[in-house]
Ligand binder design. Structure first.
Ligand code: ZN
Length: 311
């Protein structure tokens, strides 16, 4: 195990807000490059209606491609039990279900109430138990730090939902700043509150960089005991139902931050920066973000992972 796990969500969260549909071979090349850089977990796509998101029509194929890599955790987003069944059939290791803390966002995003999403988790847990008990179920509590439609989301609502998701059968509940509204004090406080209730079942911090606070928010989550962080190569991403929300935290910058702090990620930064190449080639004209790739690594930089950071 490394000190922190960086879960790459670009092929799902990143691509869902990109207009141009990335071809299957291009997605495969991108995943190959991510794996070559040492990425250990990838959210490779979502099992949603291809009519709603044509970008994700080939997710089963992408899952099968990613499964060739031993040691790689292959994840997919599923909005409901129907999607979970497709994910199970494709052979994923882990599914993540967006459960919105904001009722308004939940209706807009998955056209279900929060209570209906909890029922969906119970159905998915049943499918998993019957067909593929090794599969992990994550509830990603979205709009946990604020909602562009509803405005404020109360912390009590978030803690209640994180706990209710576990009670319904999820293995972990993570917190997502879907709309890029979080600040570090809030992130630390809310993760502490959630951990106080569900302990080690607390999942990933999923931060967006909408207002430039992505890294600060990840560090605040780290301080609250979080060790899994979602990020997107080149900061690709957003949410089609959260106007103005753009860009996940940049994988390259997040990796640099942790490695520079002496915390191993298992990722080779130089190879990670090179993993932008298939992205540039496949999506010409798409803005790519990231300060570390622009500046390069500092002279004499020694990454924690290169010091045999594996503990
Ligand atoms: Zn996101």
């Amino acid at each position: 195990m490394f000190d922190v796990l960086i879960s790459e969500v670009g092929p799902r969260d990143g691509l869902q807000s990109v207009k141009r549909t990335m071809s299957t071979p291009d997605k495969q090349r991108w995943i190959d490059a991510l794996v070559a850089a040492g990425i250990q977990e990838i959210e490779v796509g979502s099992f949603v209606s291809p009519k709603l998101l044509p970008q994700m029509a080939d997710t089963a194929q992408i899952v099968r491609h990613a499964l060739q890599y031993p040691g790689l955790t292959v994840m997919a987003l599923v909005p409901n039990a129907r999607g979970a069944q497709m994910a199970i059939d494709a052979g994923v290791h882990k599914v993540t279900l967006p459960v919105s803390a904001s009722e308004a966002h939940s209706m807009a995003n998955v056209r279900k109430t929060r209570q209906e999403m909890l029922e969906e988790i119970a159905k998915i847990a049943q499918l998993r138990d019957q067909q593929a008990p090794h599969i992990k179920i994550e509830a990603g509590i979205s709009t946990a730090f604020g909602c562009t439609i509803q405005g404020e989301v109360t912390e009590d609502d978030v803690v209640w939902l994180a706990q209710a998701a576990i009670a319904a059968g999820a293995d972990e509940s993570g917190l997502s700043d879907t709309t890029g509204m979080a600040n570090p004090a809030q992130v630390k406080r809310l993760f502490n509150k959630v951990r106080a209730v569900i302990g080690d079942k607390t999942g990933a911090a999923h931060m967006h960089n909408t207002r430039g606070l992505g890294l600060a928010n990840c560090l605040a989550a780290y301080d609250a005991g979080v060790r899994t962080f979602d990020a997107s190569l080149a900061g690709l991403g957003g949410c089609p139902y959260a106007p103005g929300a753009s860009g996940n935290v940049v994988t390259e910058d997040l990796t640099f931050m942790f490695e520079a702090m002496g915390l191993s990620t298992g990722i080779n930064l130089q190879a990670l920066i090179e993993a932008r190449k298939p992205l540039t080639e496949a999506l010409p004209g798409e803005p790519l973000y990231g300060m570390t790739p622009e500046a390069g690594l500092p002279k004499g930089f020694i990454a924690a992972t290169s010091l045999g950071g594996q503990r």
